[in-house]
Design a protein around this ligand. Structure first.
Ligand SMILES: [Mn+2]
Length: 197
């Protein structure tokens, strides 16, 4: 089995980003993005997905965090796609429900080869600390478009906005772990009747 690792560098006039992933990692992470709340959330992906993730970002945060957050989503999606290669033998679908106190979220993912995002999170606050919650949609849209996945994100309930989004990211990590797991019964076959994804 080839190592499922990738490094991607993406440089624009707005942001310079480097992402390293190891899909078969142990959940180690290292972030230097200038957006600490996003780092806290990506740490959940690494930890609960058992994916090693390093993100270095240098963006125009003096304007706001929009470009940096969206472009990290894009670059992370590109790294996942590159690390996965032809997707032979993967489970393909993954889902998870994660609670945190009063909050509960469900994330369902399909490494379908087609981008699609359904993001249903009715945040109880517009800001979490200095972080504008609208940017989470941009992060996931960037990821979805470049990892070529169908992703359904539903926050089912929650009063605390930090809990709402933390359950989303933990469930995202768990769903990724399930979908990316190599299924020994697939014996290296494509998990599609089309023969490609
Ligand atoms: Mn937290």
């Amino acid at each position: 089995m080839a190592e499922r690792k990738a490094s991607v560098e993406r440089n624009t006039l707005e942001t310079r980003i480097r992402v390293d992933v190891n899909l078969d990692g142990t959940g180690k992470s290292q972030f230097d993005t200038g957006v600490p709340f996003l780092d806290h959330m990506m740490d959940q992906i690494a930890r609960h997905g058992l994916i090693d993730i390093t993100v270095k970002a240098d963006g125009d945060n003096e304007i706001d965090d929009h470009h940096t957050v969206e472009d990290i989503g894009i670059t992370l999606g590109q790294a996942f796609s590159k690390a996965l290669g032809d997707k032979k033998g993967i489970t393909r679908y993954g889902h998870s429900y994660v609670p945190l106190d009063e909050a509960l979220s469900r994330v369902v993912i399909d490494f379908s080869g087609r981008p699609g995002l359904e993001f249903n999170v009715d945040f109880t606050r517009a800001m979490i600390g200095h972080f504008d919650v609208d940017l989470f949609y941009e992060f996931f849209q960037g990821f979805v478009n470049h990892a070529n996945v169908s992703l359904h994100v539903d926050n089912l309930r929650g009063r605390n906005a930090h809990h709402q989004i933390e359950t989303v990211f933990k469930a995202f990590g768990r769903a990724l772990r399930m979908a990316l797991e190599l299924d020994p019964r697939m014996a290296g076959q494509m998990p599609s009747t089309k023969g490609s994804l």
